[in-house]
Design a binder for this molecule. Sequence first.
Ligand SMILES: Cc1cc2nc3c(=O)[nH]c(=O)nc-3n(C[C@H](O)[C@H](O)[C@H](O)COP(=O)(O)O)c2cc1C
Length: 207
Amino acid sequence: MELYEVIEKRRTIRDFEDKPIEMNIIKRIISAGLKAPTNNHLREWEFVIFNDKKERLRILNLEDMSNYDDCEKMLDGFGMTDSDQRGMYHIAMPKQFSMLDNSGCLILPFFKLREPLLKPTSLSSLNEFASIWCCVENILLAAASEGILGVTRIPMSEELEHIKNTLNHPDNYTMPCYIALGYPSSNAKLPIQKTINVDDRLHINQW
Ligand SMILES: Cc1cc2nc3c(=O)[nH]c(=O)nc-3n(C[C@H](O)[C@H](O)[C@H](O)COP(=O)(O)O)c2cc1C
């Protein structure tokens, strides 16, 4: 696929066919991640793959929020007024656990920390975090070029703690997100994507 076509095809989906992704395709997709730009030249990224669904349950201590009214209350609490945004959350909230559990491949990416992530002292202290997200986007685009879509989920601190206890990964590595990938199911729900006209966001020579 041509790059701009891949960029259009990449969408977040949370409903997957019950079909694993072959390991050689997973390796190709992650290799694309490993080509992403990186702050210190070293690409200190590691990936834990969970393809076995029983094994996945060891690390997923999550629940879906399936009650519509609870979700509405939460969105009101966030002060969300955009109807497309609320629509996306109504599709996403009931699947935060099941989308990971049902995916064709669950990837836990890790990056090496230089200093505590949540106490940055300058913008550049966040470089490692910024770099791993370049890697994640490469992974999502490479996957889309293979007809594979998916979703990233930001773990809560208790999820990170549970993953640390289960995997016993080094203290100086952390996970920015889960990456759940798979072949989209035929009835995969797609929220309305916000399309932004570039001219509305361009500022020439001054804001
Ligand atoms: C930094 C980041 C965090 C995200 N966190 C979550 C998440 O926790 N759960 C979820 O279902 N989707 C999550 N998403 C996916 C977004 O909801 C999705 O990208 C957005 O709605 C735009 O839709 P699109 O990717 O189809 O264009 C996240 C995406 C990004 C870039």
